[in-house]
Design a protein around this ligand. Sequence first.
Ligand SMILES: [Zn+2]
Length: 301
Amino acid sequence: MAFETIIGNEIVKKLLNSTIQKNNILHSYLFVGPDGIGKSIFAKEFAQMILCENEITKPCHQCKSCLEMESNNHPDFLQINSDDGKSIKIEQVRFLQEKIAEKPVSSNRKVYVIYDSDLMTREAANSLLKTLEEPPAYATLILITSNESKLLTTIKSRCIKVNFQVIEQEQILQYLRKNNLDAGVTQNMLEMCEGSIGKALKLQERKDDYAEIEELIHKISNTDITEIWNHAEVLYKAKENVMELLDYMNLLFYKQLCQKQQTAIVKAIYSVEEAKKRILANANYDMSIDHLLLEIWEELA
Ligand SMILES: [Zn+2]
């Protein structure tokens, strides 16, 4: 059984497994769903299954093709990424088209994955259309996106859509436990992950920062403002990546609001959102944090 090491998305696993078992591999797939839920891992494993030479167990992890895949060295597997994180250019699609025209070398099929396919420029997407309309018999393309609405309808209509779902909090927790990463990760922190393992791993690295935010919020209603400023080092030193911490603050406030509907909490949430805007607009960072803490303190103390 394939996809054993991947958590969540059981329906997708069934679908892709049966595609392989029935040897009903199509020419173009579109993997759709939020970031960090395993679309890329699924795409690579699916590619390995398509290319595997074993007749019964795919992927077998033993044939030449599987070994080439696992050492990131398969001549019939190509991945296209945005070079600059902003766009996928027509030159990259032309390169793919040159390569796809050549017969497979190692396996009897070829697989191409385009990550963040919504970043294709219009020219790149229009160029890819030709390949999607008349793909070589041996080729499969997997387009991945977390922004389906940005893809051309003509591209979407030529792909089989595979929908990925966010992962349950309990499954994320199990994953962290299995990898000994769960210590200090609270229920509130799990809620921040929004069903994404990728986010959970990032959050785990900063769990001490999140814990400090939690402590700060607990303190704010019964401590002097100078004390609050002195104990908010976590915010002052997080200039480059403060947004997640501010989002976390608001998650905590939202949870308080669910328990007691107070206008003061609504105002605190609003203050955090305003602070985010000021910081994004390049206002003085330390002053923005000073101001934010003072506002929240005035509301809640
Ligand atoms: Zn194999």
